[in-house]
Design a protein around this ligand. Structure first.
Ligand code: FES
Length: 105
């Protein structure tokens, strides 16, 4: 891997279309979501009260927190009701059958 900011996670085959997959990368809880050949990564801790998203509902690019229904856009991490509240987003790439997540620091 040319850029060592990218950390390996799961195999590409472990995440199917429209599936959410929680992973932990360098100690961070991250939710991976697959849309076609693209994988999105967002923080898997809701900024409301800290729930994780994997039991929630995914509709198009919105993930709904299972605890109290806050919705976030996985493309930019923004909370739909207040764009000042965002989830951290992580760039993901697929290489050699594996999903890599960019951790900048
Ligand atoms: S913890 Fe996510 S909406 Fe409350």
């Amino acid at each position: 891997m040319a850029d060592d900011h990218f950390a390996p996670t799961i195999k590409e085959s472990e995440i199917k279309e429209d599936q959410m997959k929680p992973v932990r990368v360098k100690g961070r809880p991250i939710l991976l979501v697959r849309k076609g050949n693209q994988i999105f990564g967002v923080s898997n801790r809701c900024p409301h009260e800290g729930c994780s998203f994997e039991g929630g509902i995914l509709r198009d690019y919105l993930v709904m927190c299972p605890c109290h229904g806050w919705k976030f856009d996985i493309r930019n991490g923004k909370y739909t009701e207040n764009e000042a509240t965002t989830l951290e987003t992580y760039r993901c790439i697929i290489q050699n059958g594996k999903v890599y997540v960019e951790i900048k620091k």
